[in-house]
Design a binder for this molecule. Sequence first.
Ligand SMILES: Nc1ncnc2c1ncn2[C@@H]1O[C@H](COP(=O)(O)OP(=O)(O)OP(=O)(O)O)[C@@H](O)[C@H]1O
Ligand SMILES: [Mg+2]
Length: 112
Amino acid sequence: MKFVTAVIKPLKFTEVKAALSRAGISGLTVSEVSGIGRQKGETEVYRGAEYTANMLPKIKLEIAVSDAFADTVIAILKDAASTGEIGDGKVFVFDLAEAHRVRTGEQGDLAL
Ligand SMILES: Nc1ncnc2c1ncn2[C@@H]1O[C@H](COP(=O)(O)OP(=O)(O)OP(=O)(O)O)[C@@H](O)[C@H]1O
Ligand SMILES: [Mg+2]
């Protein structure tokens, strides 16, 4: 299993979530976060306003997936989150050792 974390632009969240849903991904965790990339002082546009402050609002997604599905999820994230502009975000991928569904006790892929 893999644990995929993506930091994306808030305006892309609806599109990303829909694309994941079409691919059969329903379980995910979403957080509103602040972040900084490599531009630091450079200006980035967010909802029409130009931000020159260092920290910008982003959405963080966390998705646990089977190994067989990981590449598909990563490709969807990269495609659906892209505007082609700076600040489009990052996808980080971790090996996931265990998953457990609390209600049933199912483990591994069955728990996802
Ligand atoms: N190395 C990193 N580690 C953890 N989080 C990061 C890292 N780089 C970027 N992020 C997160 O991703 C968000 C978006 O980063 P961003 O897309 O601006 O990266 P970048 O490297 O500056 O690329 P670009 O040149 O396309 O803007 C940041 O606001 C931050 O939350
Ligand atoms: Mg950047």
